[in-house]
Design a protein around this ligand. Sequence first.
Ligand SMILES: N[C@@H](CCC(=O)N[C@@H](CS)C(=O)NCC(=O)O)C(=O)O
Length: 258
Amino acid sequence: MGTASAVLRGLNSQVASAWENRAKADTQADYFYIHATAIYPVAMVFSGGLDMYQLYGHRNSGAAAIEAALELCQIAYRFIDVEASTEAAEALAQLNPLKQIPTLQLPDGGAITESAAILIHLGLTFPKSALLPAKAEDRDQAIRGLVYIVSNCYAAIGVIDYPERWLLMPDEASRQNLVAGARERLHWSWEVFADQFSAELYLDDETPGALDVLAAVVTRWAGSREHLRQTRPGFYAWLQRIDRHPVLAPVFARHWPS
Ligand SMILES: N[C@@H](CCC(=O)N[C@@H](CS)C(=O)NCC(=O)O)C(=O)O
């Protein structure tokens, strides 16, 4: 396991550097083909001929949380940038009619959509990753927190990004009104999260879990971090600690290069 997992982690590093190179050159199409033609077949050999997880995502998206979780699980995966090619976008549409990311294709070809479901799947499939707490009552709270984030916070981001989807007559005034209301509700929802769930987040000497990575990613949008910096400075500092974790920091740097 040691050698195989080191090799697979090495492959993940190649994937990472492929993405960094792609980001530098700003040629998004390359990323998909680098995986498809060079790294993927090599990884197939080292993974015993089995297929691997394929994560459909894009930079600065919820896919960062799943990528972080896959790294914590120490398993090989292939990142498919859905904005890099029409083939990638079409493949995503086949798996997820909402065409949303993250979408995770499983080694058996099946697909899981919805961030919370994907994280719970990984936590249950790779218990050693500690993505989900082992103790039942802690696990219950972690799952509650994941569902809280996607239903209250991630959903509000969807309204802010696409207000026209939620309006019968999307005139500019209605759009602005809806976006402003959703943003305020989003910021308040994070305050509630901070008050309810801080005890479930990881401490310095522990491994970050699914709740940590999802909170660290979804707080990055629509001014939530800035709002929390002012209203919940302790929670804000906690998020920054998650950002700095050595396994997570490179993933976040790929999604949010400074
Ligand atoms: N409920 C989904 C929401 C996913 C989502 O909204 N993803 C965004 C990117 S961060 C997306 O794909 N947006 C494109 C769209 O909705 O058309 C989840 O929890 O994963």
